[in-house]
Ligand binder design. Structure first.
Ligand code: TYM
Length: 334
C-alpha cells in the first residue's frame, strides 16, 4: 500500500508503432484504474533491447510513448510515468530474481519461443530472461494489480510463482500480484487475419490500426477488414473477423457485445465496418491531437521525466534494500 491505496504497475515497450491492441488491451484500462490505485506506468526500454534497436529511433519512440501515456489521460502528477532505464532497481532486482527462476520455467514461455523463431540470428540471454525482468518490474513496487492484455498472462503467472517461491524462503517480502484483464479488448486480432494477434511487428500494415494513423487510414483499414460470407453480425467464434470488429467496437464505445449485435441487426458488413471505423476515430483522434500539443512543451515533458524517475526510484529502493538484506548482502555503512 502507498498512501492507503493499493499499487498498480504496468508497462509497454517503445518498439514499433503502437497499435489499437495496445490501447484497448492495456492503456485504456490504465486510465480507467488510475484513480483507484497508486500507479506506476513505465516505458520499459530495458526490455526493448532484447531485439536489436537503432539507438536514435529507440530514444525517439520512448519519448513518444511517454507522451502518449499522458495524452491518453494519465495525469503525471498522480501517476508515476517514467523510463525503466532511469530506475536502476529494475535491473538489480532482476538479477536477484534470476537466481530464483528455473531454466525450465523460462523455456516454457511461448513469447520466448515466438521471438526466438522470429530473431533466429540473435537469440540472446536477455531474450530468454526477459520474463524475470518483467517479474522484477512488478515486484519492485509491491504491486497488487497489473493490467495487461491476454498475451502477458503467462509472464504474470511466472511472476507470481517466483514471488511465492521467494516468500516461502524469506517470509512475506513480496506482494503477490493479480492480473487485470479487461472485458473486451484483451485480445485484439489482426484485421487481415483474425487468427493472429494485432501486433506492432506485423509485416502487413493493413492488419493493424496504429495509434497515430490518421482518420482516413483508419476508415480504409476498417473497410478492408477481413470478415466472411455468412452475412450476419453475431458474436461468435465461428465468425472470428466479425467478432474481432465487435470487440473493437465495444471496447471503444463501452457497449456490450449484446447491445452491439442488436444495434447492427439486419445491417450489412459495409455499414458495420464504417461504424467500427468511426468509433475508433472518435477514440483516437482526441489522443492524437493531445500528443501534438504536448510535443510542443518540451520543458513540461522533461520535468515529468525527471520528477517521476525520482519518485519511482524512491519506492523501488525501499523494496530493493529489503530484498538485499533478506538474501544476505552486507548492510551499507552511512
Ligand atoms: P507490449 O509492449 O508488447 O504490449 C503492451 C500491452 O499491450 C497489450 N497488447 C494487447 N492487448 C490486446 N490485444 C492486442 N493485440 C495486444 N497487443 C499487445 C499487452 O498485453 C500489454 O499489456 N512485456 C510487456 C511489457 C512489460 C510489462 C511489464 C507489462 C514489461 N514489464 C510489467 C506489465 C507489467 C510487453 O512486451 O508488452
Amino acid at each position: 500500500m502507498i498512501n492507503d491505496k493499493k499499487v498498480l504497475f504496468s508497462g509497454m515497450q517503445a518498439t514499433g508503432n503502437l497499435t489499437l491492441g495496445n490501447y484497448l488491451g492495456a492503456l485504456k484500462n490504465w486510465v480507467a484504474l488510475s484513480d483507484e490505485y497508486e500507479c506506476f506506468y513505465s516505458v520499459v526500454d530495458l526490455h526493448s533491447i532484447t531485439v536489436r534497436q537503432d539507438p536514435a529511433v529507440l530514444r525517439k519512440r520512448a519519448r513518444a510513448l511517454l507522451t502518449l501515456y499522458i495524452a491518453a489521460g494519465l495525469d503525471p502528477e498522480k501517476n508515476c510515468i517514467y523510463y525503466q532505464s532511469h530506475v536502476s532497481g529494475h535491473a538489480e532486482l532482476s538479477w536477484i530474481l534470476s537466481c530464483f527462476t528455473y531454466m525450465g520455467e523460462l523455456n516454457r514461455m511461448t513469447q520466448f519461443k515466438d521471438k526466438a523463431a522470429k530473431h533466429a540470428d540473435n537469440i540472446n540471454a536477455g531474450l530468454f530472461t526477459y520474463p524475470v525482468l518483467m517479474a522484477a518490474d512488478i515486484l519492485l513496487f509491491q504491486s497488487d494489480v497489473v493490467p495487461v492484455g491476454i498475451d502477458q498472462m503467462q509472464h504474470l503467472e511466472l511472476t507470481r510463482d517466483v514471488a511465492q517461491r521467494f516468500n516461502a524462503i524469506y517470509g512475506d517480502v513480496f506482494t503477490i500480484p493479480e492480473a487485470y484483464i479487461g472485458k473486451t479488448g484483451a485480445k485484439i486480432m489482426s484485421l487481415q487475419d483474425p487468427a493472429k494477434k494485432m501486433s506492432k511487428s506485423d509485416e502487413n500494415p493493413n492488419g493493424s490500426i496504429y495509434l497515430m494513423d490518421d482518420p482516413d487510414t483508419i476508415m480504409r483499414k476498417c473497410k478492408r477488414a477481413v470478415t466472411d460470407s455468412m452475412a450476419q453480425i453475431v458474436y461468435s467464434d465461428e465468425q472470428p473477423g466479425v467478432k474481432n470488429l465487435l470487440n473493437i467496437y465495444c471496447a471503444c464505445s463501452g457497449k456490450t457485445p449484446d447491445e452491439a449485435v442488436k444495434e447492427f441487426d439486419g445491417k450489412g458488413y459495409g455499414e458495420f465496418k464504417m461504424a467500427v471505423g468511426e468509433e475508433v476515430v472518435s477514440v483516437l483522434k482526441p489522443i492524437q491531437d493531445r500528443v501534438k500539443e504536448l510535443e510542443k512543451d518540451k520543458v513540461y515533458i522533461d520535468n515529468v521525466i525527471k520528477n517521476n524517475a525520482e519518485k519511482a526510484s524512491y519506492y523501488a529502493n525501499k523494496t530493493l534494500r529489503k530484498v538485499q538484506k533478506k538474501v544476505g548482502f552486507p548492510e551499507r555503512i552511512r
